[in-house]
Ligand binder design. Sequence first.
Ligand code: NAD
Ligand code: LMR
Length: 371
Amino acid sequence: MRPSFSSLSLSAASLSHTPCLTSSLTSQKMRLILLRSALKRGASKAIRSFSSESAPERKVAILGAAGGIGQPLALLMKLNPLVSTLSLYDIMGTPGVAADVSHINTRAQVAGFVGDDQLGDALKGADVVIIPAGVPRKPGMTRDDLFNINAGIVKGLCTAIAKHCPGALVNMISNPVNSTVPIAAEVFKKAGTYDEKKLFGVTTLDVVRAKTFYAGKGKVPVESVNVPVVGGHAGITILPLFSQATPAANALGAEDIKALTKRTQDGGTEVVEAKAGKGSATLSMAYAGAVFADACLKGLNGVPDVVECSFVQSTVTELPFFASKVRLGKNGVEEVLGLGPLSDFEKEGLEALKPELKASIEKGIKFANEN
Ligand SMILES: NC(=O)c1ccc[n+]([C@@H]2O[C@H](COP(=O)([O-])OP(=O)(O)OC[C@H]3O[C@@H](n4cnc5c(N)ncnc54)[C@H](O)[C@@H]3O)[C@@H](O)[C@H]2O)c1
Ligand SMILES: O=C(O)C[C@H](O)C(=O)O
């Protein structure tokens, strides 16, 4: 994501590096001309990136916007020049978060909404809805332990989405993602608004972690690393495909790959334990959520070849939902990409994750239909 202010710093840099020229003009006059033309170039660049004409109007709503993820995610979405309206909803605290974020001098107009009565207005006209609402883990808990509270929260919010912005792309962050995405699908089916191309479980944090850990161990530049992560978003259902990682890190042996896989699968728990009762990943999740929402917006805007991993309705395996690489387009999912060639270790991991993922999906479907 490139915040629009980057072009301003570029133009400042180009000003200070303007070379000296010799001509019949005095050097002072020449400096003035160069300064004017550099300013003009810089200003037009800045106007291009700030202008609401350069990108379509896009409304992004964050549900759970006053929480540990919600607040930094609101900040990052306010910095995204593709967002024209940023709608911040929570059951408490959003007026303050919205007032704070709204003072940042970027394109998005910010509005805060609080409580059931204002949920409809928060959602109306949204192109993308991001859901980090719900309780996080404490040490000793699994993501599934959050089901009893978060399933109901997600169900209520998705019922409102079906009513107020049925065409929006939904980015589900609330855990357990392996169950909350199927819950959302069932709610939308019941409401007659389900479009499998528009529902996404956000698994980007697994990819972010896999990239970071691989770069560290393989001693390759982190910015150039790509690693697909497939399956789901809990424990062994998180399956990083390091055999497909680029660039190749030749120094990594089978034991290293095993350790990297385990660290990626346990990345959430690593943060939960380090926070010692004060919640789970929030800052890295906000970053990951912003990366994924940005990809959705780019797809909606017609940018070609936008590919991210996500937990979506799928025929890649026999399971009805599965995370894999997905090509994003003007209607959401344009293509669910296959797994590609797997190593024997990854093939074993794939078979091992299926029973747990299947059970979590079925639990979500059952809840949505019985409550
Ligand atoms: N998908 C992922 O990779 C990933 C990563 C990290 C955390 N998570 C999950 O995200 C969720 C949020 O985590 P957090 O650390 O931000 O928690 P948090 O407790 O800090 O914030 C949650 C926010 O949700 C709000 N909320 C509760 N019920 C709501 C409702 N009905 N409508 C709107 N808002 C509501 C709360 O008021 C709170 O502000 C958790 O379920 C966590 O497990 C997922
Ligand atoms: O681990 C958690 O509970 C939060 C999140 O799913 C994560 O992966 O960090």
